[in-house]
Design a protein around this ligand. Structure first.
Ligand code: 13P
Length: 251
């Protein structure tokens, strides 16, 4: 009932030619996959040059961030309308690296989610606890705060298209994945908070992705968990073969 989403976050990697080569490698490997939504998020500058390459492949494009105004004197920013114009239909919002290095807060995440929805982009809103919070027993408190803060003011209807990505900060780029049990526990908690906010029916339809050292070797176990509906993949999305085998986890 929830179509899985496998999204690749390319972060600050791949120039135009490298990105094109990766799509050309990936496209034949995921050909015919129609039971999974496939998304890749390159840097902004290469988006337009990938439109032709992804056309007809089932691969969708995402931005890695977005600003909340349509236009204006906001040097360095990009608006939902401009992202759509560049070929994106999804956008990652509130990634922990943006929270950690670029001052992203739940309040800015909230503005960005609202502006993405207004622009008809599908937001992939990221949340996740640091190792410090986990060790202090504050995982659920952190996740609930990020959810309520990031989604503040959205009605159930407005929220409906939003995808949530649970990315424990301690599992990102460290090779240290959350165990299936740890991930499932967090995902079930997240769905519970969404049910409290928007009702069980909406929560049951929301895709909640796991991110943090997802690889071909661990995707099957993660996807076997009741509340895990896909993955947000960093490092392993930078190679066509490994990303394709994550996309094809069910085969
Ligand atoms: P890694 O898969 O490299 O751990 O990165 C996860 C991530 O941050 C995806 O957004």
């Amino acid at each position: 009932m929830r179509k899985p989403v496998i999204a690749g976050n390319w972060k600050l990697y791949k120039t135009k030619n490298e990105a094109l080569a990766l799509i050309e490698e990936l496209a034949p490997l995921v050909k015919g996959v129609d039971n999974v939504e496939i998304v890749v998020a390159p840097v902004f500058t290469v988006l337009p040059s990938l439109i032709g390459a992804v056309s007809g492949t089932g691969i969708n494009l995402a931005g890695q961030d977005v600003f909340w105004e349509d236009e204006g004197a906001f040097t360095g920013e990009i608006s939902p309308r401009m992202l759509m114009d560049a070929g994106a239909s999804y956008v990652i919002i509130g990634h922990s690296e943006r929270r950690q290095y670029f001052g992203e807060t739940d309040a800015t995440v909230n503005k960005k989610v609202k502006s993405a929805l207004k622009g008809a982009l599908v937001p992939i809103m990221c949340i996740g606890e640091t190792l410090e919070s986990r060790e202090a027993g504050e995982t659920f408190k952190v996740l609930e705060g990020q959810l309520r803060g990031g989604l503040e003011g959205l009605t159930a209807t407005q929220f409906a298209p939003v995808i949530i990505a649970y990315e424990p900060v301690w599992a990102i780029g460290t090779g240290k994945t959350a165990s299936d049990e740890q991930a499932q526990e967090a995902h079930a908690f997240i769905r519970g908070v969404l049910a409290d906010l928007y009702g069980k029916q909406v929560a049951d339809k929301t895709r909640v992705l796991y991110g943090g050292s997802v690889k071909p070797e661990n995707i099957k176990g993660l996807m076997g968990c009741a509340d895990i509906d896909g993955a947000l993949v960093g490092g392993a999305s930078l190679k066509g073969a490994s990303f394709a085998s994550i996309v094809r986890y069910g085969e």
